[in-house]
Design a binder for this molecule. Structure first.
Ligand code: OAD
Length: 248
């Protein structure tokens, strides 16, 4: 089926659905200029996750880990949300049951106006106290030292889910409920290899949701998706979600 027809079909499902759940990954921010993780220019091609994104790495060298997250914060601060983020924010404002789940830590969905985003992997602009759980927001800026917990004075860590760690329980719970109850589940810009986020589209599909994938490349979701659009997020999402246009 030509891509325009595929987009038209997917758009009809979206228009008719009583409940929509969207899962985004790094690809949704790629056109903003935020690097992905696993592509040719991906962060995990240049940096070893075990040196920077594990509890062991943090225990070994807190300053190095903080420096890396401060660098990523600065990088993100120099970018803006793109048309994909805005299309999702505009759709949610229409009032249909709509849940936006993201694996991204860049905060671009919120900046584009999305509310109640389910952040599965944390946020670059937050620190958390490993001792008492206190959260503190971080404004962008270069590394000037390890943030200190305002309640207990201990060293804070980035509020990011590292390899080997569990996801925040409340966020995962909301994500599972939204996957189970979705009539349409849209997966955008994720390689769908990191669990448990990667299993959400399959859960939605097994509960009868139509699964739509938007990605430049094939992923494990492509095998069972009801509609696959090979295109960029910023070009495709406004066509899938915009209700103004007469045709895609
Ligand atoms: P990946 O880097 O693994 O995958 C990005 C996906 O986006 C790939 O499938 C690309 O084909 C696709 N892509 C790239 N540019 C695109 C574009 N313009 N439009 C549409 N798709 C595009 O990123 P994630 O799947 O998000 O975890 O990675 C999952 C997790 O692994 C991340 O949240 C991060 C990482 O380790 C943590 O930091 C906890």
């Amino acid at each position: 089926m030509p891509v325009n027809e595929r987009i038209r079909a997917a758009r009809e499902w979206i228009e008719r659905a009583g409940s929509i759940t969207v899962l985004t990954g790094a690809g949704v921010s790629a056109e903003s200029g935020v690097p992905t993780f696993r592509g040719a220019e991906g962060l995990w091609k240049k940096h070893r996750p075990e040196d920077l994104a594990t509890p062991e790495a943090f225990a070994r060298n807190r300053a190095l880990v903080w420096e890396w997250y401060r660098w990523r914060q600065e990088l993100v601060s120099g970018t803006e949300p793109n048309a994909a983020h805005y299309a999702l924010a505009a759709h949610a404002a229409r009032g249909v049951a709509f849940t936006l789940i993201t694996q991204n830590v860049d905060g671009h969905h919120e900046r584009a106006g999305s509310r109640d985003v389910v952040e599965l992997h944390g946020n670059l602009f937050r620190a958390r106290c490993p001792g008492d759980g206190t959260l503190a927001s971080l404004s962008a800026g270069p590394f000037t030292g390890i943030p200190v917990c305002p309640s207990c004075g201990g060293a804070m860590r980035p509020d990011i889910v590292w390899f080997g760690e569990s996801l925040p329980e409340a966020a995962l719970h909301r994500a599972l409920l939204a996957a189970e109850s979705a009539e349409v589940f849209v997966v955008v810009g994720t390689s769908a290899v990191v669990q448990p986020a990667a299993s959400l589209p399959g859960i939605a599909s097994s509960r009868g949701a139509k699964v739509i994938e938007v990605n430049l490349e094939e992923t494990p979701v492509s095998e069972f998706a009801d509609c696959v659009v090979r295109g960029t997020a910023a070009e495709t999402l406004p066509r899938l979600f915009s209700m103004e246009e007469g045709s895609p």
